[in-house]
Each structure stands twice: as structure tokens, then as C-alpha cells.
Design a protein around this ligand. Structure first.
Ligand SMILES: Cc1cc2nc3c(=O)[nH]c(=O)nc-3n(C[C@H](O)[C@H](O)[C@H](O)COP(=O)(O)OP(=O)(O)OC[C@H]3O[C@@H](n4cnc5c(N)ncnc54)[C@H](O)[C@@H]3O)c2cc1C
Length: 445
């Protein structure tokens, strides 16, 4: 088959939250980009819910899609802490109001699908920009660019390629291959080694009463959000997959899923003794997935950079993964403007030294911050699943009585370092704490 060869300024690989957010950031700058997605559709109705924190919302606000999400998402930030064995509600707090006062935005729960759809609908010229059934297989270096090959025999030339292709990233592998050819020392060995995988999760959509709750049952934490008659549940799994370090995450069978359902059907997760069984009886779809956790130290080489889940993976219980993906998109386009100039769209050639500086900025601003957040998310699921001897005491007898500002401090610490896109404005939002300037947040690394 003859190769189709087109030329753009940026090739984005992957049409998840990271890829589509980056597409909108580039669209705002009028940069010529194309997004290549391996599967046959953008925004498929699969996956779990996403909790958007104020820093993620602020960027989506700047990109003009927050109103749409707010009108469709779960409008409240009320969270229940509950003992899943006795059904006792340990604490019910309106954290959303606190976040709004502190950082200008409340908490926003939305299905991943709805976020993808909102991002997708905001893309101009989607037919030309978002190409499906394009699995990237290889990236070649050119004297002044990259050539990205897909499995249908097409090739896309660009100044840079950005891997937003998730946990099993091909771009990441290609980035390592190129690094080995040019600077073998630049990728730390640890980046290519085994990754930790202490937990797995069961996620589902179900027709149930809306509530947002954290329910604990010994040996397995749960984070549940229900909206518009749908439920999404993330749950820590059992010992058999704990500490299964591997570059290939463990896979689960239908029987594994049945065992999870069996084990947890009596757990109480709602008022009036509502049990998991009710949720399981009303399933629309469900899945079980491993939850590896990692932060890579090196995200780029030459004209190739990877962001999003391709370079960091959180336990979803803390709700920071997707927010960090959105944050990295803003960091990247800001850094490109800083080192190449604000008129990116009209620069025919993007010099490699400036790109290297921009990519280094992204790594410097992100790696330390994300490493801390990933570790905090692991600690949170350990607490919720009562893994360690003191977790039950903490969760049942201490956490319910801690002041809200203390409980939310780790989240606020992440939020204040959130990036604001250069350029687009957002609606004015009074806040008591606000956000750090870029200089302040770099000084904090
Ligand atoms: C159960 C669960 C609950 C979660 N809850 C939250 C939450 O509350 N808050 C939060 O912030 N985060 C949450 N997360 C994390 C969040 O969903 C992810 O961090 C985020 O969706 C990752 O987006 P991504 O675009 O980087 O990767 P992905 O969503 O994995 O997208 C990657 C895309 O790349 C495509 N692709 C892969 N390989 C290729 C290739 N070779 N060529 C072309 N395309 C390719 C894939 O098809 C896919 O579309 C949760 C995760 C899970 C599992």
C-alpha cells in the first residue's frame, strides 16, 4: 500500500483526556496539529468517573468547556465516609464548598465519557484533526522533525510528537529507542524497570441513587460516585495481585470479577443500609483493571515527549490522575511558547535546542510534584483498605474528627501548583488561597 504522507506542526498520539485537552490547547494557539487514535472512535462510552479538582477545572474553563461539564456533572462536593461493615456514616462533609472558597472552583464529578465528549465537541475541523483507526507503530527522526508511522501504512511528519497514549505507550518506547541512539544515559534504568502494582480496581456503571461516598470494608477500600443514575466504583483488590511488579500489568478474567462481586455484595455503601448487591443488580457495564503506580523521571528525548498516563499512573482513589494529565498539557504549551515564542503557528521550523529547553521545563515542573502525588494516592488507598494495623483506627476514630482544612491540605497543596494556560481567560473566581505563580511553584520543587 502506498504511504500517505502529510505534514503538520504537532502529532498527538492518543485521543484520551490528555490528547484531546492538548488538541484544544494547540487549537487555541492556531497550531497545525493532527491527533492519531488507535481505536475506531474518539470518546467511546467506556471507563470510570473522573473527579475534577479546581486546578483541572480552571484549565477546562479557559478552554471554554467547563460550563458544559458543570451543567451535566454531579453538582455537589459532598462526601460520605462510611464503615461498610456496620453501614455507619462516620462523616459527611461538603468539601466542595471548602474548595470553592479556597481555590475558586468546587469539586466536579463527571464520567470520563462526558469529559471526552465535551472536549471532542470543542475541536474545530474534527474530521481533519482527529484521525481514528491510526495505531502508531514507529517514529523516525528527520533532520528537522519526526515522522510518525501508523499501522495502515500512513506517515505524519511534524516538528514534535506528543505521546498521550496511556499506560502501554508506544511513544514512550520509541522515545527510549531514540534516546539509546543519541544519549543512552539520559533515561534512568528505573524508568524501564518493573512498576509497582499493589492494587486493582473494579469499576462499573449502574442505575442507582446519586450519592458520593467512600466506603470501607476490611481489606478493600472503595470509592464510589453515582451520578444521573450511574455509578462508578473503584475498589482495591486482594492480596493475590498485590506486589505484582511487572512492566505488563496483571490481567483479570471474568471469574476474577465474579469473585469481587461475591466478596463485596454485603458491603453497605449508602443511607438506609443500601448494599453493593443493589448496585450489582443494576449494572450497565463493569470491568476489573490493575492499578500500576509510577512516575517516570524522563519524559522526552529529541523531538519526542510523552505526557499523561504514559508517564505517570496514580491510584484513582485520590482523583489526581486526570487532573495531572490536564495540568501537563497546559505546562507543555506554556513551555513551548516560552522557549519558541508566542506565534508558534507561524514558525515554520521549531529549533531542537529550544524544544529541549521547553521539554526540560515540563519535566522539572512535573516530576517531583507528580511523584509526591502518586505516593500520596497509594497511601490513601492503603488507609481506605485498612491494610496496615493502624489504618482502621485512623479511618474510624481519627479521620472523622479531623478538621476539614487538615484533611484537604494535601489536595490543596497540589491544587495551588496547578498551571494556568498562557493566554485564554477564565471566568473571575474569588478565592482565599488561589494558586502559586510559576516562579513560586518551581521554587517548591
Ligand atoms: C477506575 C478509575 C477511576 C479514575 N478516577 C479518576 C478521578 O476521579 N480523577 C482523576 O483525575 N483521574 C482519575 N482516573 C485516572 C484518569 O482516568 C487517567 O489518568 C486519564 O484518563 C488518562 O488519560 P490519558 O489520555 O493519558 O490516557 P488514556 O485514557 O489511556 O488514553 C490513551 C489513548 O491513547 C490511545 N492509544 C494507545 N496506544 C496508541 C497507539 N499506539 N497509537 C494511537 N493511539 C493509541 C488509546 O486508545 C487511548 O484512547 C481514574 C482511572 C481509573 C482507572
Amino acid at each position: 500500500m502506498a504511504e500517505k504522507h502529510t505534514k503538520h506542526q504537532v502529532v498527538i498520539v492518543g485521543g484520551g483526556i490528555t490528547g484531546l485537552t492538548l488538541a484544544l490547547c494547540l487549537q487555541h494557539l492556531k497550531v497545525d496539529y493532527v491527533l492519531l487514535e488507535a481505536y475506531g472512535s474518539i470518546a467511546p462510552d467506556v471507563g470510570a468517573s473522573i473527579l475534577l479538582f479546581p486546578h483541572g477545572q480552571r484549565i477546562l474553563d479557559q478552554l471554554g468547556i467547563l460550563d458544559k461539564l458543570q451543567s451535566a456533572g454531579l453538582p455537589q462536593g459532598i462526601l460520605d465516609y462510611r464503615d461498610g461493615v456496620t453501614g455507619q456514616s462516620l462523616r459527611r462533609s461538603n468539601f466542595g464548598d471548602i474548595f470553592r472558597r479556597r481555590h475558586g472552583y468546587s469539586l466536579l464529578w463527571s464520567s470520563r465519557h462526558r469529559i471526552l465528549r465535551a472536549l471532542h465537541e470543542a475541536v474545530a475541523e474534527p474530521q481533519q484533526r482527529l484521525l481514528v483507526n491510526k495505531r502508531v507503530t514507529r517514529i523516525d527522526s528527520l533532520p528537522e522533525g519526526v515522522l510518525v508511522h501508523t499501522d495502515d501504512g500512513s506517515a505524519y511528519e511534524a516538528q514534535i510528537v506528543v505521546g498521550c497514549d496511556g499506560v502501554h505507550s508506544t511513544v514512550r518506547k520509541e522515545m527510549w529507542r531514540h534516546a539509546d541512539l543519541t544519549d543512552p544515559q539520559c533515561v534512568p534504568e528505573a524508568d524501564r524497570g518493573d512498576v509497582g502494582c499493589e492494587y486493582g480496581c473494579f469499576f462499573a456503571a449502574s442505575k442507582c441513587t446519586p450519592v458520593v461516598t467512600e466506603t470501607v470494608e476490611p481489606g478493600a477500600g472503595a470509592l464510589i460516585s453515582l451520578q444521573d443514575g450511574q455509578v462508578v466504583l473503584g475498589r482495591g483488590l486482594d492480596d493475590e495481585i498485590r506486589n505484582a511488579p511487572s512492566t505488563t500489568s496483571p490481567r483479570f478474567t471474568k471469574e476474577d470479577k465474579e469473585r469481587v462481586l461475591d466478596r463485596f455484595r454485603d458491603v453497605v455503601f449508602g443511607d438506609n443500609g443500601v448494599r453493593m448487591q443493589e448496585l450489582f443488580d443494576n449494572l450497565i457495564r463493569s470491568g476489573v483493571t490493575a492499578l500500576p503506580h509510577y512516575t517516570l523521571r524522563k519524559w522526552s528525548s529529541g523531538r519526542i515527549i510523552a505526557i499523561g498516563d504514559a508517564v505517570h499512573k496514580f491510584n484513582p482513589v485520590a482523583g489526581q490522575g486526570g487532573n495531572s494529565c490536564i495540568d501537563s498539557c497546559a505546562l507543555l504549551v506554556n513551555a513551548l511558547q516560552e522557549h519558541l515564542g508566542t506565534d508558534l503557528a507561524n514558525m515554520p521550523s521549531w529549533p531542537l535546542p529550544s524544544l529541549s529547553q521547553a521539554f526540560e521545563d515540563v519535566e522539572n515542573a512535573s516530576v517531583g510534584k507528580v511523584t509526591t502525588l502518586v505516593e500520596e494516592s497509594q497511601n490513601m488507598i492503603r488507609l481506605l483498605s485498612w491494610r496496615r494495623w493502624y489504618d482502621k483506627i485512623m479511618y474510624r476514630y481519627i479521620v472523622p474528627y479531623l478538621p476539614a482544612y487538615f484533611l484537604l491540605q494535601p489536595h490543596s497543596a497540589a491544587i495551588v501548583t496547578g498551571v494556568r494556560l498562557r493566554g485564554p481567560s477564565s471566568s473571575p473566581r474569588p478565592s482565599t488561597i488561589g494558586y502559586m505563580t510559576r516562579k513560586e511553584s518551581l521554587g517548591n520543587q
